[in-house]
Design a protein around this ligand. Structure first.
Ligand code: COA
Length: 223
């Protein structure tokens, strides 16, 4: 398998500017990151400016295509898109301590509304997939967000992405809508409820199998 490319990570210190998450939820990312995920892997939050060069290196290896290629034509306003992410984006990098802090994954999110977070992207380098890094990070993020009053984390996944769907399902995310567009193609919209009562309410309102759905949500342990 191909070697993981060396990616510069000597990034500038975090901006002292208050993030939107802090303004809206009082969530000071600096209190929660960096976070150790496993013996070797930690995750840290970085600025958009720090993230751009890392993305250009990481994404082609993860998606196995050019990072800028897009079948669906989300081409409009690239400068505005950049400014949007610089103003609103949260960028989290996974680093391997055993390999001199090499960047081996990235997650990107933005606020969706006053009680919801939009988990926009996750990219784990192929050599670091199937180690449970994404669920470890996602569960930690969910715990931090729940403690700050958020109700849900939402995101989109292509129905053909079986690996991602499998992990989302294991992490307790449920399909909350189906979307299709000229920008992104077909996507399943997934929601992780941070409060069980919301998940139960959703199941009761919209599912013919609500009772068994809800029973299946309760952890019973393996027999
Ligand atoms: C999808 C992705 C985010 C998952 O992250 P990860 O850290 O590898 O997640 P995990 O380590 O939990 O994955 C392991 C689980 O997936 C399962 N899995 C692996 N490949 C699979 C596949 N092709 N189909 C279904 N399940 C698969 C494993 O069996 C394991 O399941 P288990 O926990 O029940 O034993 C990561 O692989 C990735 O970055 N993929 C490429 C980019 C991408 O698709 N990003 C999402 C779109 S934005």
């Amino acid at each position: 398998m191909a070697q993981v490319k060396k990616i510069p990570v000597s990034v500038a210190p975090h901006s002292e500017e208050e993030s939107l998450a802090q303004k809206i939820w009082g969530l000071d990312w600096r209190q929660h990151f960096p976070k150790t995920l496993t013996a070797d892997i930690s995750v840290d939050r970085i600025t958009a400016q720090e993230a751009w060069p890392l993305i250009l290196n990481l994404f082609p290896e993860v998606y196995q295509r050019d990072a800028t290629e897009n079948r669906f034509g989300d081409e409009e306003a690239p400068e505005a898109k950049k400014r949007y992410y610089e103003a609103l984006g949260d960028f989290f990098v996974f680093k391997d301590q055993a390999k001199r802090q090499q960047v081996v994954g990235m997650a990107i999110g933005t606020l969706l509304d006053w009680s919801s977070y939009n988990f926009r992207n996750i990219a784990v380098h192929p050599e670091y997939q199937n180690l449970g890094l994404y669920p470890l990070f996602f569960d930690y993020l969910a715990t931090v967000m729940k403690a700050h009053g958020l109700r849900r984390i939402e995101g989109d996944v292509a129905p053909s992405n079986q690996h991602h769907l499998h992990v989302l399902n294991k992490m307790g995310c449920v399909v909350s809508s189906l979307a299709y567009s000229e920008r992104w193609g077909v996507l399943l919209h997934m929601t992780r409820y941070l409060h069980e009562e919301d998940r139960e309410r959703n199941a009761r309102m919209f599912s013919m199998t609500a009772s068994s759905d809800i029973a299946a949500m309760k952890p019973t342990g393996k027999k």
